[in-house]
Design a binder for this molecule. Structure first.
Ligand SMILES: [Mg+2]
Length: 315
């Protein structure tokens, strides 16, 4: 496998790079806690535990959502932007060192090929009979990116999110899902010192800026839900990742994050109650809400139960 290259002198890190990176790491903590805890609720007896808001004992292991988010953070730390060739190599290298993290079939095919020297751009477009992936993988890992670029323009957030998704998700829906979540994380950070207010405010803001797509059309459906809709009803209308697509994952996640923006715990329990692809939905919502509540808003016991994150390529 190729080794990620040393950054070229043309990569100038922004003057506030450390503050950006710290924001991204807060989002990564929220994402990884959501991922690891959400994954626990696939086990037998989960419905009763969710009803009681009871967390499982022992260590909570992270999955592919966190693995790929770490690669995004590592690329941002090194380059201050999404360098796609490097990101593809970071993804592939983490997968090849630790493949048992629940990666999807399409991701495995792509990352194996990239790890063998294949060109990510052509491979990403060839997935799924040439349409490219519209899975939720671009969205599941992107909240730290939204945090890193939160003080840039919306256009920068959108373009960097699109670039981060394109490496594995050639389909516009997969990219729109990543854009929506990056925007949500950025907006959560920007509004962290304001009252939470209308529980649909974040949802409306994200809808207004998400590219035309089925993801966006389903964000409109989320806006049409009555304010007192139950989680089960919202999950039924919007989907919670049963098809692991961006379209049936992202709208519910933005709805849940918007409704519970002021509380990491409420956001988690609301999201996991929707069942579905719950490591990923909880990772997405955890990453967004952490941008709003900060690391101190994530229960300390949850952070302690999540396995330690190992960043970098040393693994
Ligand atoms: Mg996963």
């Amino acid at each position: 496998m190729q080794t990620p290259t040393t950054p070229s002198p043309t990569y100038t890190l922004p003057s506030d790079h450390r503050a950006r990176l710290e924001r991204a790491l807060v989002a990564l903590d929220g994402l990884s806690v959501g991922d690891a805890l959400g994954e626990k609720f696939f086990a037998a007896g989960s419905l009763a535990m969710i009803a009681q808001r009871a967390t499982p004992m022992g260590s909570w292991h992270t999955t592919d959502d966190t693995e790929m988010a770490i690669s995004i953070v590592d690329v941002l730390e090194r380059y201050g932007q999404i360098e796609q060739d490097e990101l593809a190599l970071f993804f592939a290298r983490r997968w090849s060192r630790d493949p048992g993290r629940g990666y999807g079939g399409g991701a495995i095919r792509l990352l194996r090929a990239v790890s063998e020297g294949g060109p990510w751009r052509a491979l990403s477009k060839q997935l799924f009979s040439g349409g490219g992936s519209y899975g939720n993988g671009g969205a599941m890992r992107v909240a730290p990116l939204g945090a890193y670029f939160a003080e840039d323009s919306d256009e920068v957030v959108i373009e960097q999110a699109r670039r981060s998704a394109e490496v594995t998700h050639g389909h516009p829906e997969g990219q729109a899902g990543a854009i929506a979540i990056a925007l949500a994380a950025a907006h959560a950070w920007r509004t962290r010192n304001q009252p939470v207010g209308d529980e649909r405010a974040l949802l409306q803001w994200v809808y207004d800026r998400t590219p035309d797509s089925t993801v966006r059309a389903k964000l409109a459906k989320a806006l049409d839900l009555a304010p007192n809709s139950s989680v089960g009803f919202a999950a039924g209308v919007l989907g919670t990742g049963a098809y692991i697509s961006a379209q049936d994952t992202v709208p519910f996640c933005v709805w849940a994050a918007s409704r519970c923006l002021g509380s990491f715990e409420d956001a988690f329990w609301t999201t996991v109650e929707g069942l579905g692809d719950r490591d990923t939905t909880c990772a997405i919502v955890g990453g967004i809400v952490a941008c709003r509540v900060g690391r101190e808003g994530i229960p300390a016991a949850w952070l302690a139960a999540r396995e330690p994150l190992v960043r970098g390529l040393g693994l």
